[in-house]
Design a protein around this ligand. Structure first.
Ligand code: SF4
Ligand code: SF4
Length: 95
């Protein structure tokens, strides 16, 4: 196993099916947003848009690695990010 693979093996994602910790509060802001920075800055591909004007930006919060970049990069302040509740989200194993 490579060094990187060994490190990734120490990370586990435990999605909270009862609470979404990354949400877009106002899709109207996204419809007016020309650059859609969230699509580019998220290292985990959480945000997706089908390039059809008027269609919403989708949020696959289960694959979020909790870096916080989306909240900083959104010029409209449309992203609401909180850390997952205890025991959910990114979990590191000792190794
Ligand atoms: S950058 Fe913000 S306003 Fe623009 S599409 Fe993404 S979440 Fe919406
Ligand atoms: S916190 Fe990071 S990984 Fe999670 S949705 Fe935002 S940019 Fe993506």
């Amino acid at each position: 196993m490579s060094k990187l693979a060994a490190k990734i093996a120490l990370v586990e994602f435990r999605p909270d099916e009862t609470w979404q910790h990354v949400v877009i509060a106002d899709q109207e802001k996204c419809r007016r947003c020309p650059d859609k920075n969230c699509l580019r800055v998220c290292p985990s591909g959480v945000f997706a848009w089908d390039n059809i004007p008027g269609h919403p930006v989708l949020v696959s919060y289960r694959q979020c690695i909790e870096c916080g970049a989306c909240r900083l990069a959104c010029p409209e302040g449309a992203v609401e990010f909180s850390y997952p509740h205890g025991g959910y989200g990114v979990v590191f194993h000792q190794g």
